[in-house]
Design a protein around this ligand. Structure first.
Ligand code: PLP
Length: 411
C-alpha cells in the first residue's frame, strides 16, 4: 500500500466555513421566516464591468477563427498583459520591472501556495496572526512545521497583530527565513505605512530573509501614505516577491487571473552558500507545472487597464468602500471597537464584553440575523475579534447595520 504525505494529516479539517454553514442552517430550520443577511462573504458580488466583458467577447471571436485562434500560450503570460501590468501598476509608482519579472497566473491563492516549493524545506516561516490561512496550511503540507498544539503549529514564527500593537507586527524575535506579509490585511483590514514596511525590508536585507508580500487588496487603499507595492520601499527588489490579483480589484474571482512579481535581484542560497535568483526557479516551476491563463481571460484582464475599464472598476471599488464606511460608522455608533475598512473591504471588530468569537457569531445571528466570520478562524490572535465584509449589496449592508444598532443588546 502506498504511503500518504503525513504532513497533510497535521492539518485540522477546514472547520471555519463548515461550522458557520452548520450554525446558519440550524438557525434557519428553527426560524424559517428570518431574513438572514450575510456580511461574511469574502467574494465580490458585482459582475464584470462592460469594458472587460467586451474584450472577452472579442477574444472569444478570435478563438473561433483559424487565422486568430491560439493554442498553448506562454506559461508566464502573454507579453501584452505583462507589459500592461508594468506600465499601469508599477511605472506610476516609480517602480521599473522587466517583462520577465512578471508571471501571469490563474490566482494569487495558487501562487502564494506554490511559491514555497522553490524554497528549501529547512526555512523557518513567519506569518502575521491572524491571516489568510493559505500561507500557513501550504507550509504545513510541505513539512515545514511541527504538529498543531494549542492552536499553533510548531516551528512557525507567529507575529501577533492585535489592538494592543495597533495591528503593527513586531519584527521576529527569533530567526525567520520566509516572511509572509498580507497588506492590506485579510482579515483585519489594517495595513502598514511606508515607514513601517521599510523596517521589514531592512530586516530582510540584513538577515537574508525573503518577504512574500500579498497585496491582493491594494486597489482598496484610500490613504496616501500606504504603499500599494512593496517595491515602493527602497531595497525591496532584493528581498521581496509580490503577489497581486484581478480577483478583488476587478471582480475576477470566478474568471481567474493574477500575477506574481519575482525580481531577478531576489536571491536565495544553497546550503553550501551559492546564491541563486528565485526568478529562474519560479520560471522553471511555472513552465513545468502550469500551462498559462486562457488567452480570453488575459485579454479581459488587459481591458482592466483601459480608460473605460479603469473608470468602471473604480466605481465598483468605491461602492464596496462606501459599504465599508457604512459598516464602520454604524458599529462605532453602536459602541463597538472597530478596525480596518479604510484601506480594505474588511472590517475587524473587537467582540463586545469580551465575548469569544463564536459567542458573538451566535448573538449576531440570533438577535440581528446577520452572519459574519469569527476572528478565531484566522489564527490564535483572532480570538475575541470578528470579521465583516463590504461585499454585500448596499440595501443589505444598511439593513444589517440598522439591525445591529437596534436589536443587539450589548449591555
Ligand atoms: N490573497 C488574499 C489575502 C486573499 O484574501 C485572497 C482571497 O480571498 C487571495 C489571495 C486569493 O486570490 P485569488 O482569487 O487571486 O486566488
Amino acid at each position: 500500500m502506498a504511503f500518504v504525505n503525513e504532513d497533510y494529516l497535521k492539518l485540522p479539517g477546514s472547520y471555519l466555513f463548515a461550522e458557520i454553514a452548520r450554525r446558519v442552517a440550524s438557525f434557519k430550520d428553527a426560524n424559517p421566516e428570518a431574513n438572514i443577511i450575510r456580511l461574511g462573504i469574502g467574494d465580490v458580488t458585482k459582475p464584470l464591468v462592460p469594458a472587460v466583458v467586451d474584450a472577452m467577447h472579442k477574444a472569444v471571436d478570435e478563438m473561433a477563427s483559424v487565422e486568430t485562434f491560439r493554442g498553448y500560450g506562454p506559461e508566464q503570460g502573454y507579453d501584452f498583459l505583462r507589459k500592461a501590468v508594468i506600465e499601469n501598476d508599477y511605472a506610476p509608482l516609480g517602480v521599473s520591472l522587466d517583462e520577465d519579472e512578471v508571471f501571469i497566473s490563474d490566482g494569487a491563492k495558487s501562487d502564494v501556495a506554490n511559491i514555497q516549493e522553490i524554497f528549501g524545506k529547512d526555512n523557518i516561516v513567519a506569518i502575521t496572526d491572524p491571516v489568510y490561512p493559505v500561507y500557513l496550511d501550504t507550509n504545513v503540507m510541505a513539512g515545514r512545521t511541527g504538529k498543531l498544539e494549542d492552536g499553533r503549529f510548531g516551528g512557525i514564527v507567529y507575529l501577533p497583530c492585535n489592538a494592543e500593537n495597533g495591528f503593527v507586527p513586531s519584527l521576529p524575535a527569533s530567526k525567520a527565513d520566509m516572511i509572509y506579509l498580507c497588506l492590506p490585511n485579510n482579515p483585519t483590514g489594517t495595513t502598514l505605512t511606508k515607514s513601517e514596511l521599510k523596517k521589514w525590508v531592512d530586516y530582510a536585507r540584513e538577515t537574508g530573509a525573503i518577504i512574500l508580500f500579498d497585496s491582493a487588496y491594494e486597489a482598496y487603499i484610500t490613504e496616501p501614505d500606504i504603499p500599494h507595492s512593496i517595491y515602493e520601499v527602497e531595497g525591496a527588489k532584493e528581498c521581496a516577491i509580490e503577489f497581486r490579483s484581478f480577483s478583488k480589484t476587478a471582480g475576477f474571482t470566478g474568471t481567474r487571473c493574477a500575477y506574481t512579481v519575482v525580481p531577478k535581484t531576489v536571491m536565495a542560497r544553497t546550503k553550501s552558500g551559492e546564491s541563486h535568483p528565485l526568478n529562474k526557479l519560479w520560471n522553471r516551476r511555472q513552465t513545468t507545472k502550469f500551462n498559462g491563463v486562457p488567452y480570453v481571460v488575459q485579454k479581459a484582464a488587459e481591458a482592466v487597464y483601459s480608460i473605460e475599464g479603469r473608470k468602471q472598476i473604480k466605481e465598483i471599488i468605491d461602492y464596496y468602500m462606501t459599504n465599508a464606511k457604512i459598516i464602520r460608522d454604524g458599529l462605532v455608533e453602536a459602541g463597538i471597537e472597530v478596525y480596518g475598512g479604510i484601506n480594505a473591504p474588511y472590517i475587524w471588530l473587537k467582540t463586545p464584553n469580551n465575548m469569544d468569537s463564536w459567542e458573538f457569531f451566535d448573538k449576531l445571528l440570533n438577535e440581528a440575523n446577520v452572519v459574519g466570520t469569527p476572528g478565531s478562524g484566522f489564527g490564535p490572535s483572532g480570538a475575541g475579534y470578528f470579521r465583516l465584509t463590504a461585499f454585500a449589496n448596499r440595501g443589505n449592508t444598511i439593513e444589517a447595520i440598522a439591525r445591529i444598532k437596534t436589536r443587539l443588546n450589548l449591555v
